[in-house]
Write a protein that binds this ligand. Sequence first.
Ligand code: AMP
Ligand code: MG
Length: 404
Amino acid sequence: MIPIEEALAIINRHEPPMVTESVQLSEALDRVITEDITAPEPLPRCTNSAMDGFAVFWNDVETWSGDAPPSLTVVGESRAGEPYHDTVLPGEAVRISTGAMLPDGADTVVPLEDVDDTGDAIIIRSATGQHQHVRFEGEEIRTGDTLLSSGARLTPSSLGLLASLGVGNVMVSTPPAVGIVVTGHELAGAGAEIKPWQVRDSNALMLETAIRKAGGRVASMSRCGDLIEETEAAITTAADSSQIVLVSGGVSVGPHDLVKQAAGGAGFKQIFWRVSQKPGKPMFFARRDDQLLFGLPGNPVAVLNCFAYYIHPLLQRMQGRPFSWETLSGTIDSPYKNRGDRSFFLRVAVSREHPEPVTITPLRKQGSHMLSSMTDADGFLLIEPGHALEAGDEVIVHLYPWRS
Ligand code: AMP
Ligand code: MG
């Protein structure tokens, strides 16, 4: 049995290589970019108007004494998508729309609201300064500026920014392909007729959805009974299309726990078995070339907690995103002592009074088969063997990655 830090370090050392691909922006939502993206052109692309109004030459406005407001001849129009091609001369104004290119010669925009418009001429009633309501070429982004750094996850707004700069394709990491094998003679699928001694399968759906939340792709999902041939065949098939195989159940010491043997038959070599943790002690980790296999103890809380602690961070890193836990500190509202000899993941709920303090409540029903407390939990406290917490102690909660 190894400590959790050692299990983490070993998994880190065996991290499979990141795979990258070029995709169109329309396919890139939630994907992680694997290189910095620089601006191929400036933004705005040309100097343009921020208002509907008139493009004028500031000197005409500036010489206004106040007695006789300047009157300018309207010589044409610059519309969005259709510029005015001549130069604006002193004494002239060009009708202009928001986003339309500022014509040469003009340096200032006077909004419609601030002029008397007779059609052929305008009288300017007020203006505050040269360059008012003008957006200059490149004032937001210059050619070559870094738009997004490697490791950023693409969002609707970042995709919009890339589109506005004419970026067509982006290099992103390929979602890690994960195969799931759920073992157990006792399991009944959703909707199936169920006998009193059977158990409804929760792990398949939990793993599928947790993988997707972590940015991975579920490459395959299969169930098998506790038979060596079936389990070996299921692992072999899952490994055909996956970088990582997650097996639920069958890794403990019972006579029907055959996953280690089946994984060996499928060509995986054991790297560790058993971690000093609760839940999840019989966790098994194996490797075949660049492929990894995790044998997760079948109790649903063990499955999900092991996924959160070991596999979610791994899937993030395989996408080019460094992982760090989101944590929160607060005071625990009741005492807790770890009387066991393994690191304990204590499921807790967080409540916040505004603005402070943060109260941390250990949940009842901490059994590793009790998924209801996992559902109510915002995160966990990692409590080392023998460590005792008193009510009022300051503690740090690791928040589950799927919480928000
Ligand atoms: P195992 O790790 O196979 O010994 O399973 C440990 C416990 O988890 C047993 O009570 C199983 O019935 C239960 N279990 C195993 N797999 C699942 C599953 N997919 N869904 C719900 N419970 C499961
Ligand atoms: Mg089992």
